[in-house]
Design a binder for this molecule. Structure first.
Ligand SMILES: [Zn+2]
Ligand SMILES: [Zn+2]
Length: 188
């Protein structure tokens, strides 16, 4: 039987009315399948669940809080991140067939709708979903992060390397080479 502290059980709401939940989970960064997540502290989630307005609809609202270290997508250095989200979710029975599916109109205001097939929602899964929403597509330690030098790998935020000058030299060298070839062709 599912633990009623770790799962929003729709049958329980039907029987006993609205329910409150407050849990803290240890979630491994590997579970998130995002290599940018270096460390993830305990994840706190509180939620209240009740019946919705439609038949078989349930509503869960609450918040998630955690701290983490993300690797910057430019300089690869880990930096601290504090995550907080409020959520407001509507769970509706999963449409049984495509015809019903086609009749469902989801307007932008209803984008928080999720369809369920089982009458239980694991609160840990809910927490993982909220963390996923909070991880930026390209985490940055700072909007102005200078990143790594593509030549020597030096962190531009900490040290100035002299690669740019030598790249310019190489280009100049290549240009001279082309000139020489052109000159040779003319001679022949
Ligand atoms: Zn950075
Ligand atoms: Zn460099």
């Amino acid at each position: 039987m599912l633990d009623r502290r770790d799962n929003i059980l729709f049958d329980e709401i039907d029987k006993d009315g609205p329910q409150d939940y407050s849990r803290t989970y240890t979630i491994a960064p590997a579970d998130l399948a995002r290599h940018e997540v270096v460390n993830l502290g305990p994840v706190s989630i509180t939620a209240s669940a009740r019946k919705g307005d439609l038949p078989a609809e349930y509503i869960a609202e609450g918040s998630t809080r955690f701290t983490a270290d993300f690797a910057c997508s430019r300089c690869v250095e880990p930096y601290p991140f504090a995550g907080f989200s409020n959520f407001h979710l509507r769970y509706r029975p999963h449409p049984q067939d495509a015809r019903e599916d086609a009749e469902l109109e989801i307007t932008p205001a209803e984008l928080d709708i999720e369809f369920y097939t089982e009458r239980a929602i694991a609160i840990r899964d809910l927490a993982v979903e909220q963390i996923q929403l909070l991880i930026p597509m390209k985490p940055l330690c700072d909007d102005n992060c200078l990143g790594l030098c593509p030549q020597c790998g030096a962190n531009g935020n900490r040290e100035a390397c002299s690669c740019e000058a030598s790249i310019a030299d190489e280009r100049w060298g290549a240009l001279l080479g082309i000139r020489e070839k052109i000159a040779k062709k003319r001679e022949s």
